[in-house]
Design a protein around this ligand. Sequence first.
Ligand code: HEC
Length: 136
Amino acid sequence: MKPLIGGLCILLSISCEKETERISVDEPAQRVRDYIRKIPGENDPIPEALADRGEVLVAYSGCYDCHRREKRSKGPAFSDIAERYPVQEVYLDMLARKVITGGTGSWGSPVMTPHPHLKLEDAKIMVTYILSLKRQ
Ligand code: HEC
């Protein structure tokens, strides 16, 4: 009798482990996918010098008050933004305009303040840097 109960416990604990494993591994992945909502598309090459300039502009424009490179803060992580959008003129333009006008709703309910003093050209260079942070 005893070995049987022991065997049952082992079986139970294995299936329980599998269950918790499934929940802890798959579910957050699903949540991350729902958050990122990756848009499929080809990536245009980004000249390194342009990304470098964008990095400097971002550092001097107060973007790090709300954003961090790899982690969500008040705003989404730059690397998450990079995961969503393909590097294409249409997205660079749209995102640059969004930085200037500010807004909400793409990543949940927090609001990005407007940056009306930024030139569209500079905002685009900043966004180019942000999209260069795609995880390989
Ligand atoms: C006051 C906080 C704040 C500041 C300052 C800020 N952001 Fe944001 N940013 C946010 C929030 C919040 C979002 C998410 C908005 C949304 O869900 O639509 C966001 C979203 C973005 C996005 C993605 C937009 C989209 O529609 O996917 C980009 C790109 C971006 N920010 C770039 C910048 C840059 C560049 C700067 C500096 C010039 C900057 N942000 C400064 C809070 C901020």
